[in-house]
Design a binder for this molecule. Structure first.
Ligand code: SF4
Length: 291
């Protein structure tokens, strides 16, 4: 689909050449054009239409905000929920816009959690990344600044020891990442995770349940074990969102529940993520066993 061209950095290209499971996330497919009419949704969570509060900031829940820091990623993941929004959402890309976002948060003392996302914040240079982090970490009310990046899986060399150390200095930064199959947990990725953990930063992973990538109990278990051994905490496994162009990745609900049960019977709680769906209008991530 021309609106979301194939793109991958050099590291991701190399990984795709060696892993068919990763290549499915990286290479576009004719199946993207065949979404069912009911899935012709580009913005299921109203990011463009409803959630925007000031240029570059979205809020769907009272205690947290999402700040759009960049319109670019290291790879255009074919299953991306934001595939229709990347490059179209307003970004906090000037000092004035960043200040506007900080002022918005400061005026709402209930906000304690700031997600720095995009796009991928680590496509920015260190100075800009730290300008975002420090601006929000400097607010007393903010307890967590979440750096949301897929760099650890798709461009781990971006997470240098220098950057990790600088991210760790406020004591408020958490890194949220996304790994979808064990092939992505390479030696380079493990080293990038270690640099963050050793800088005092908790690292957690949100996985997307994807047909042909991780839709079996054995493959999901392999991923969860690989993440845990790299000191990356598996946090959520998401059902694919109802977004146009990604229907072919969706795993039927009953199968998803079987995968969850398979993992729960074989791995301890610290390594077991919550299997959830993000449903438009729900006030929370909905556990699959409630669906
Ligand atoms: S890194 Fe995240 S935002 Fe970027 S294309 Fe992949 S899933 Fe989408």
């Amino acid at each position: 689909m021309s609106d979301f061209p194939e793109f991958a950095c050099a590291y991701a290209e190399r990984l795709a050449a060696s892993s068919p499971r990763f290549a499915r996330q990286c290479r576009s497919s004719g199946l993207e054009a065949r979404s069912a009419p009911s899935r012709k949704l580009a913005d299921p969570f109203g990011e463009l239409s409803r959630a925007g509060r000031c240029p570059g900031l979205k809020q769907r829940f009272p205690d947290r905000v999402l700040v759009m820091t960049s319109g670019r990623c290291f790879m255009n993941c074919r299953h991306c929920t934001r595939r229709w929004l990347l490059g179209r959402s307003e970004i906090a890309d000037t000092p004035e816009r960043l200040q506007g976002c900080v002022d918005y948060v400061r005026a709402r003392p209930k906000v304690r959690d700031v997600l720095l996302s995009g796009g991928d914040i680590l496509t920015l240079d260190d100075e800009k990344v730290l300008a975002f982090v420090d601006a929000f970490a400097g607010l007393d009310q903010v307890e967590m600044v979440r750096v949301c990046t897929r760099a650890m899986a798709v461009n781990p060399g971006r997470i240098t020891a220098k950057l990790a150390k600088a991210l760790g200095r406020s004591g408020k930064v958490w890194v949220n990442t996304q790994f979808n199959c064990a092939d992505e947990v390479t030696d380079e990725a493990r080293k990038a995770a270690a640099r963050l953990v050793e800088a005092g930063i908790p690292v957690s992973c949100q996985t997307v349940l994807l047909k042909g990538v991780n839709d079996s109990g054995a493959e999901m278990l392999r991923l969860l074990r690989a993440l845990s051994s790299a000191r990356i905490r598996p946090y959520y496994v998401f059902q694919c969102d109802p977004v146009a162009g990604i229907d072919h990745f969706r795993v039927p609900l009953e199968k998803a529940k079987r995968i969850e049960r398979y993992c729960a019977e074989r791995i301890g709680g610290l390594s077991l993520p919550r299997f959830v769906a993000d449903i438009p209008g729900a006030g929370r991530k909905v556990p699959l066993d409630l669906l």
